[in-house]
Design a protein around this ligand. Structure first.
Ligand code: ADP
Length: 432
């Protein structure tokens, strides 16, 4: 049956109802009563249609709060279809909302900033990283022109000119960003920001390290070359001067050797291919060896003591011996003759500790935070005189990072210093 013929069926039913009631009234009583009954039935039908239309209009206004009911006649089908439509609509709206929330969540996890703008550069949406990079705020800036929010002339030029094929390098609040514009859906644009500040910092550190290492190696090499030149041009130099030159060359050669050794140690400590080889350490014997080495280095100029009162430890024997050895060697090298060096092994509420105290030259507070940087020295002359490489505390820091330990430095210029290694409680080993 066609939809058009379906339309006529309810019309016919209502027509028959009105006429049937009228004819029945005429037949039972008389014509006037029949006419009146027809009129009443017609009026009731019209009222019923109007009431359903009113219900429908209420429902369309507030579909959540109003119920349509089942209806009568063709209204039953209309209401059922409307309910179905609404349910489908609600389902696709829920799906869309869920998809949108997943999309936003994914965008928030991105390491790069993403900004969506319309064709007149008004902010439609941006992720939290873009908020940080460009100083935007979705809460307050949505719907505002992006070029009014990011006040950088290069940025504004770049966006207005719409240079899609080349990225912009932008310096904004101590950050260096690579900004890229991408056309999207022909009336929108996406702006992607990538922070390269850390990469720049690492590159700068690498350059500094190469410059420092070259400088450190150049000084002894210049001295050695100088003496070799003298030996070459003056073959009949007196034996005493030659012996003095040779001793100085050996000294500079040793210095280069120390430097290269320390650089190799640092490289190995930083390498992911060398995980910590953990073992249960007999700390007493390890610290006793370090103390004896300190005493040998001091050559009787200091009193070097060990106080031992702590647990066994889990860690790498070689790495910890090198780290604590560096602290003791520094204590000897930066403490004038007659001073005292104290090595202590104890335990506090956070875990096992090793401290190395001296009564040496001490360190002014402004240097303390930088001491573990490679080649950072407070007293350059003294460091070189005592064969220092400027890498000792950098090695200590790396060893401690690998052991989840921390270094505390307390010092007072002219009075002495205490370097304390704080191990985590997990590193302690209970005696069986
Ligand atoms: P270096 O080979 O120069 O000793 P380190 O990395 O071991 O290099 O130490 C860095 C700097 O920290 C040293 O040059 C020195 O100025 C300072 N320093 C380290 N330990 C001590 C200490 N116990 N007393 C005074 N200064 C120290």
């Amino acid at each position: 049956m066609t939809p058009r013929s379906l339309f006529w069926i309810p019309v016919l039913v209502r027509f028959m109802l009105v006429w049937g009631a009228g004819l029945a009234g005429w037949y039972l009583w008389d014509f006037t009563i029949g006419l009146a009954i027809s009129f009443i039935v017609l009026t009731l039908l019209v009222i019923m249609q109007l009431q359903y239309m009113y219900q429908l209009s209420l429902w369309l206004d507030q579909p959540e709060e109003v119920r349509l009911g089942d209806g009568w006649g063709s209204w039953t089908e209309i209401f059922a279809k409307l309910y179905r439509l609404r349910r489908d609509d609600e389902r696709s709206r829920n799906e869309l909302a869920e998809w949108l929330s997943r999309f936003r969540q994914a965008m928030s996890q991105l390491p790069d900033g993403v900004v969506i703008m319309d064709d007149v550069l008004f902010l439609e949406w941006c992720n939290p990283v873009a908020e940080q990079h460009l100083g935007l705020s979705m809460a307050t800036d949505k719907g505002m022109r992006v070029t009014n929010l990011v006040r950088s002339p290069e940025f504004i030029d770049y966006i207005i000119l719409g240079r899609y094929d080349e990225p912009l390098t932008l310096k904004l609040d101590e950050r260096r960003l690579i900004v890229r514009l991408i056309p999207f859906e022909n009336r929108r644009q996406i702006l992607v920001t990538h922070d390269v500040t850390d990469m720049d910092r690492i590159e700068q550190m690498r350059r500094d390290f190469i410059a420092n290492a070259s400088h450190e190696l150049r000084t002894p090499l210049t001295v050695i070359n100088g003496f070799l030149e003298i030996a070459h041009t003056q073959p009949d130099l007196d034996p005493k001067t030659r012996a003095r030159h040779l001793a100085l060359m050996v000294d500079q050669g040793q210095r280069m050797q120390n430097l290269v050794d320390d650089m190799l140690v640092l490289t190995r400590l930083e390498s992911l291919d060398y995980p910590v080889r953990e073992e249960v350490l007999d700390m007493h014997s390890l610290l006793e060896q370090v103390r004896a080495e300190g005493e040998a280095l001091s050559a009787g100029r200091h009193k070097v003591s060990l106080e031992f009162n702590g647990p066994r430890l889990k860690g790498s024997q070689d790495e910890l011996r090198s780290a604590i050895g560096n602290l003791v060697s520094n204590a000897v090298r930066y403490t004038p003759e007659g001073g005292e060096i104290r090595i202590r092994w104890f335990e506090n509420e956070q875990g096992p500790c090793c401290s190395v105290s001296d009564t040496g030259i001490g360190i002014n507070p402004e240097h303390i935070a930088r001491l573990t940087e490679r080649f950072y020295r407070v007293d350059k002359g003294r460091s070189r005189e005592t064969q220092g490489t400027g890498l000792g505390l950098a090695i200590v820091k790396h060893v401690l990072v690998r052991h989840n330990a921390q270094l505390r430095i307390e010092s007072e210029a002219g009075k002495g210093s205490t370097f304390t290694i704080q191990f985590p409680a997990l590193a302690r080993v209970e005696l069986a």
